[in-house]
Design a protein around this ligand. Structure first.
Ligand code: SF4
Length: 473
């Protein structure tokens, strides 16, 4: 049994962020955004928008018809010689993979990057069972070596500079490592190659599952996906049930969006298709279909579009909050805006109720999302769940926050009280005011002004609004 998951304290986590992380995160995220913008521009805005809409519609269709597509997928995987396992939760998934490994006397596993295996904390479970697990994606290899968790969906070591990585290699691998990306990659490559050849099992996630043929689709830029899924005698893939898509035609739409949104590439360097057991591949293929809260998300009509996510990472790159605190501050597998809506639904608001508030609601995430997930709306929906509770979870916000919210709503909906409050605030703010700004508020409001000034309150907002209406703009 795994230990209970502690509550994520986002504010405390942000205070522990090492000073170099925001700069490295911003630099790398900006590079991703620049490449994305060039590649989207080359396709043309109208075509890009039509692709986004098509992707949104087909993903929504797929996740709302899982009862049809998942059995179809299972039928085709089984026909092709694979074995499908159903995992209700993380514990189930870990047990299934452990049993596969133990029954075959597996000692060494190589893994290709997979957020689903991070989500179920598979590495620890396998290591506890005495199995050596090595991450083979360069970024994952680096963070595993550093004893950290990934800080980004597609670039796990995004928070690190080449100097950090060189120092890490010198320390952990005892090699002469200059801060040169080509040399660092070569060092990792040489180390990994030996592991691919000696591993007893390969573990992967999956970007998509094509129901009409039972095909697992894996995208990588380093070729490690092919090594992991072809060289060892057993291949086990752990994939969320939300990754199923109807057919190959759907895949063509999603492939055009995913690589461009993630890195600005027209296409990921290696696109692997695995359908069951092939003559020249591993002797066994196991597909673990992971629910772990996804069907619960599906039942919530206001939040189910969370499951459309194709894990491109673009919303992280553009998010001002993510750029200031990096991925580790989110304290969970999924970071940034998608993490802020997915983690509270997977882990519950009791554990991850801080995360929907880790957003400025600027809306940039929704604008960039290739499958048009309305992230700000879902953030607001989840904030309401935290403060007021709903049919899915009871309110978890402290009483004082809930009472303050009710009082605020009452005051804003009661004109005389609003006017009175505005006048009192205007008087109270006078000694703090500098022109139109309040640069230093008193505790606890100074949490805001420690980082930036706050606009001064206007007592005459209603008069201003009336005048604006009369001007017609
Ligand atoms: S929410 Fe959208 S932008 Fe963010 S990772 Fe998922 S698909 Fe990409």
């Amino acid at each position: 049994m795994s230990a209970p998951v502690p509550r994520i304290d986002f504010r405390a986590n942000t205070q522990r962020v090492p000073p170099n992380i925001p700069a490295a995160t911003q630099k790398n995220a900006r590079t991703g955004l620049l490449h994305r913008a060039e590649s989207v521009h080359a396709l043309g805005d109208d075509y890009w928008e039509s692709l986004r809409q098509a992707a949104h519609d087909l993903r929504l269709h797929a996740i709302t018809h899982l009862d049809y597509y998942l059995p179809l997928l299972e039928e085709h995987v089984t026909k092709a010689g694979g074995v499908v396992h159903w995992a209700n939760d993380a514990g189930d998934a870990r047990r299934i993979v452990q049993e596969i490994a133990v029954a075959r006397g597996v000692q060494r596993i190589v893994k290709v990057k997979s957020m689903a295996t991070e989500e179920i904390e598979l590495n620890h479970a396998l290591q506890d069972a005495g199995v050596q697990v090595l991450e083979s994606d360069l970024g994952e290899f680096i963070v595993q070596l550093a004893g950290q968790k990934p800080s980004h969906l597609t670039a796990p070591a995004l928070h690190m500079t080449k100097e950090d990585i060189a120092a890490l290699f010198r320390d952990k691998l005892c090699v002469d490592a200059p801060a040169d990306p080509t040399v660092l990659t070569e060092i990792a490559r040489t180390r990994l190659r030996e592991e691919f050849l000696s591993a007893d099992m390969g573990i992967s996630g999956g970007n998509f599952l094509i129901a009409e043929t039972g095909t697992l689709v894996i995208l990588t830029n380093e070729g490690n996906g092919r090594m992991c899924t072809t060289l060892p005698p057993v291949h086990t893939a752990i994939v969320g049930i939300d990754k199923v898509i109807p057919d190959w035609q759907s895949l063509t739409v999603l492939l055009k969006l995913l690589a461009r949104s993630a890195t600005g590439q027209k296409m990921t360097a290696y696109v692997s298709f695995i359908t069951g057991v092939t003559q020249d591949g591993p002797r066994e293929f196991h597909l673990v279909l992971l629910d772990n809260g996804r069907t619960r998300i599906l039942q919530d009509e206001h939040a189910r579009e969370t499951l459309l996510c194709i894990r491109c990472g673009a919303c992280l790159n553009i998010c001002p909050v993510y750029n200031h605190v990096g991925g580790h501050a989110y304290g969970a597998t999924y970071q940034g805006p998608i993490g802020a809506i997915l983690s509270p639904q997977l882990l519950g608001t009791k554990i991850a109720g801080d995360l929907p508030f880790a957003s400025s609601l600027c809306g940039a995430c929704a604008e960039i999302c290739p499958v048009k997930i309305p992230i700000p709306e879902i953030l607001l929906h989840l904030r309401r769940r935290v403060v007021e509770g709903d049919e899915i979870e009871r309110a978890v916000a402290p009483t004082v926050v809930r009472a303050g919210g009710k009082l605020g709503a009452f005051a804003l909906g009661t004109p005389w009280l609003y006017n009175l409050g505005a006048r009192l605030l205007k008087i109270a703010q006078a000694p703090l005011r500098r022109d139109d700004w309040l640069p230093a508020l008193l505790p606890p409001l100074n949490r805001w002004t420690m980082a930036r000034p706050f606009p001064a309150f206007r007592a005459d907002f209603r008069a201003w609004w009336k005048k604006r209406g009369a001007r017609g703009g």
